[in-house]
Design a protein. Structure first.
Length: 223
């Protein structure tokens, strides 16, 4: 009979949703990797983890969490984009899946920005600042992509299904402008951090102008 032995550093046991997972890399599978979790749920978890690790001054863990956050925001974005233009799943329903999916991911990207901008304050490690900038930049870019797709929809057709929800998000851009402006005025920033927030402010101002033109009142242009 062959006997197998494992050192403690090679065996990690994690119980996820009642499923026992054995990992042979010295690391337990993260709780956010539970099969039932959606990309938005995982992104929220990664955001909370990144904030905690940044506060605890654990740079490598913070960077790993930020990479996870970027990944899950990207997945949530792609899922929402895939819903644009699809008919209702229920033939008897008049509600297409696109509007709630898009609204959910736009709100997620807003939460990411609100959660990460304050963490630039006093941050000096270049690798951490670069990781923060990457998530802010990618979140803003993805938001612009999905807004552009919705704006391009016929206002008297599919686009009308998005109008009320998108109008309700307009205040978030004002909130972001205030946050970025205050950060640039009061935070202790590295050169990279200042550049990242300056670019972020310019981008949110452009996004705000585009969103206000589309959903800020009055008649939208008919495509």
């Amino acid at each position: 009979m062959t006997t197998f032995t494992f050192s403690s550093r090679h065996l990690a046991v994690a119980l996820l949703g009642g499923v026992l997972t054995l990992g042979l890399g010295g690391q337990a599978a993260p709780a956010s990797a539970a099969p039932a979790a959606t990309p938005i749920t995982r992104a929220n978890d990664a955001l909370a983890e990144a904030q905690a690790e940044l506060k605890a001054r654990h740079p490598r863990r913070a960077i790993a969490a930020l990479e996870d956050l970027k990944l899950y925001v990207g997945r949530a974005h792609r899922q929402a984009v895939d819903q644009i233009g699809k008919p209702p799943a229920d033939p008897e329903s008049d509600d297409p899946p696109g509007p709630p999916a898009v609204l959910a991911v736009v709100k997620l990207e807003h939460r990411v920005l609100l959660g990460l901008v304050p963490t630039f304050d006093g941050r000096t490690r270049t690798d951490v600042v670069d990781a923060l900038r990457a998530v802010v930049r990618s979140s803003q870019h993805r938001r612009d992509v999905i807004l552009d797709q919705v704006i391009a929809l016929p206002a008297e057709g599919e686009g009308g299904d998005y109008a009320d929800g998108m109008a309700d998000t307009l205040s978030q851009y004002t909130q972001e402008v205030t946050l970025f402006t205050g950060a640039l005025a009061t935070y202790e920033l590295s050169d990279g951090g200042r550049t990242g927030l300056t670019n972020g402010l310019a981008r949110v101002l452009a996004t705000q102008a585009k969103a206000e033109a589309a959903w800020g009142g009055g008649e939208r242009r008919v495509h």
